[in-house]
Design a protein around this ligand. Structure first.
Ligand SMILES: Nc1nc2c(c(=O)[nH]1)N[C@H]1C(S)=C(S)[C@@H](COP(=O)(O)OP(=O)(O)OC[C@H]3O[C@@H](n4cnc5c(N)ncnc54)[C@H](O)[C@@H]3O)O[C@H]1N2
Ligand code: MOO
Length: 394
C-alpha cells in the first residue's frame, strides 16, 4: 500500500501528449489552443466612427463655421465616402469608416439638425474625437493569442475576428470506461432484487464530458476469459481505459489478475486512503489503466483526486491552487489519507468547508451535495476548525 502523494506522483510521471487536431471554431471552446494566433489586419481595420452624429473637417470649425450642410450619410457597412466641400458635413453612424476629408465626429447630442443643415453647438472640438484609430487595438501581424492557453469565449471572439474558422487544438485522449460485475444492469433495465444499475460509468462519462471528452462505455461480465479478450482489444485502441469495480479482494474481482496476464506494468494496487483503498494503476504498452474501486464515492474521488490531475497536466492547464478552512473539528483515526467531501461557504472572502458526514462510500446521494474534496493527511487523528487545507473544487 502506498501513500496518496506517491500514487499521484506515479500517475503524473505518465505524462502523455496526444498530438493536435483541427476543429471548427465553436467546438474549440474549452480546448487547448495549439497554434499562436496573429492579427490578419489592423484592429480596428479602419478609422472607426464611435458615435452616431456628423463628421466634419476640423479646419472649418477652426475658421468659425458652425452651420454645415449635410452632403450624404456614411452608414456602417458602406464603402468610404468623401466630404466634397470642407464647409459641409456627412452624417455618420457608429461602426462606419470615417469619411475621407473629415477628422472630427460630433455626436447628434451636440448638434441641431433641420432641413439638411447641422448646427454644431459644441464650443470646441478635437482632431479625431470620437474616432477609434486604425491599428490602435493591435497592428497587423501582432501576436494576439499565445498557444497552450485554454480557449475562453473572449479568445473565440478574437479568433473569429481574424477569420480562423478551423482552430488547431490539443487532441484529447481516447478513453473507454468499463463497468464490471454481474450484479449490474443498464440504466434502461429494471433491476431484480439482487441487481443495481451501472451508474458509475454514466457518472464518469459525464465528468469526462465536462472536459470535452466523449468516452465510450462497455460492460465486462465477471468472466476472466471474456474480460481478457475485451481488455486486450481496448488497450490497443485507447489512450486510457478507466475501470470501475473488480479491484478488491473478492472471489470474482478478476481485474488485477487479468491485467497482469495481459502484461500490465503495475505502478500500484492499494493506496493508503479512504475512500478508494483498492485503487489500481498501471500501463499496458502506452495505454494507461486506471482501476477505480466500484463503490460510487470511491470511483468519484479517485477520478477527481488522481485522474483529473493527470489529464490537466497533459493538457498543460495552469490552475491556481485553492484552499479552504475547516468549518468544524474532524476526527479520523485510521492511518489513511482521508478524502473529505465538503460543502462550501464564502465567509468574507475566505472559503469555509463543512464536511459531509454520516455516509459510506456507496452513498451516491452524498455526492450530489459535494462542492469540493479536501484530503486530510494520514499522520494525525484530529483536525481543528479553522485549519486550512488544499481544496479540489468540483
Ligand atoms: N476483504 C476486503 N473487501 C473489500 C475491501 C478490502 O480491502 N478487503 N475493500 C473494500 C473497499 S474499500 C471497496 S471501495 C470495495 C471495492 O471493491 P471493487 O473495486 O472490487 O468493486 P466491486 O466489488 O466490483 O463493487 C463494489 C460496490 O460498487 C458497486 N458498483 C460497482 N460498479 C458499479 C457501477 N458501475 N455502478 C454502480 N455501482 C457499482 C457494486 O455493485 C458494489 O456494491 O471493496 C470493499 N471490499
Ligand atoms: O474505501 Mo472503499 O473505497 O469504498 O470505502
Amino acid at each position: 500500500m502506498i501513500s496518496v502523494q506517491k500514487a499521484l506522483n506515479l500517475i503524473l510521471e505518465q505524462q502523455r501528449g496526444f498530438g493536435t487536431e483541427e476543429v471548427p471554431l465553436l467546438q474549440s471552446a474549452g480546448r487547448v489552443l495549439a497554434e499562436p494566433v496573429f492579427a490578419d489586419r489592423d484592429f480596428p481595420p479602419y478609422n472607426r466612427v464611435m458615435m452616431d452624429g456628423i463628421a466634419i473637417n476640423g479646419e472649418a470649425f477652426e475658421r468659425g463655421i458652425r452651420k454645415f450642410t449635410i452632403e450624404n450619410i456614411q452608414a456602417a457597412g458602406d464603402p468610404q465616402k468623401k466630404l466634397e466641400n470642407n464647409g459641409n458635413c456627412l452624417e455618420v453612424m457608429t461602426g462606419a469608416i470615417l469619411p475621407a476629408n473629415t477628422d472630427v465626429v460630433v455626436p447628434y447630442e451636440q448638434c441641431e439638425i433641420a432641413e439638411g443643415i447641422a448646427i454644431v453647438k459644441a464650443e470646441t472640438v478635437i482632431t479625431m474625437q470620437n474616432v477609434h484609430l486604425q491599428g490602435t487595438d493591435s497592428k497587423r501581424g501582432e501576436l494576439l493569442l499565445e498557444k497552450w492557453e485554454r480557449i475562453t469565449p473572449a479568445m473565440i471572439g478574437i479568433m473569429a475576428s481574424v477569420g480562423l474558422s478551423q482552430v488547431k487544438v490539443l487532441r484529447l485522449p481516447k478513453i473507454t470506461i468499463c463497468s464490471t460485475g454481474d450484479e449490474l444492469v443498464d440504466v434502461s433495465e429494471q433491476p431484480d432484487a439482487h441487481q443495481v444499475r451501472r451508474s458509475n460509468v454514466y457518472m464518469l462519462a459525464a465528468a469526462l464530458l465536462s472536459e470535452g471528452i466523449h468516452a465510450d462505455t462497455v460492460h465486462l461480465p465477471d468472466d476472466p476469459t471474456r474480460m481478457s479478450s475485451e481488455i486486450a482489444s481496448l488497450s490497443n485502441s485507447n489512450d486510457v481505459v478507466l475501470f470501475s469495480g473488480a479491484v478488491s479482494k473478492g472471489k470474482f474481482d478478476y481485474l488485477p489478475t487479468v491485467l497482469q496476464e495481459l502484461g500490465m506494468q503495475q505502478a500500484f494496487h492499494t493506496v493508503a486512503q479512504r475512500p478508494g483503498k483498492p485503487f489500481l494503476f498501471g500501463t499496458i504498452k502506452n495505454t494507461l489503466i486506471f482501476g477505480f474501486p466500484g463503490n460510487p464515492v470511491s470511483a468519484f474521488v479517485c477520478y477527481h483526486q488522481f485522474f483529473k490531475q493527470w489529464l490537466h497536466q497533459c493538457m498543460r492547464f495552469n490552475t491556481t491552487k485553492q484552499f479552504a478552512a475547516l468549518a468544524t473539528d474532524v476526527h479520523f483515526k485510521p492511518a489513511l489519507s482521508y478524502h473529505l467531501l465538503v460543502t462550501l461557504l464564502n465567509n468574507n472572502g475566505k472559503i469555509v468547508a463543512t464536511p459531509i458526514t454520516g455516509s459510506t462510500s456507496g452513498d451516491l446521494v452524498t455526492l450530489t451535495k459535494a462542492e469540493g474534496i479536501i484530503t486530510l493527511p494520514p499522520d494525525r487523528d484530529y483536525f481543528k476548525e479553522g485549519e486550512v487545507f488544499e481544496l479540489n473544487l468540483l
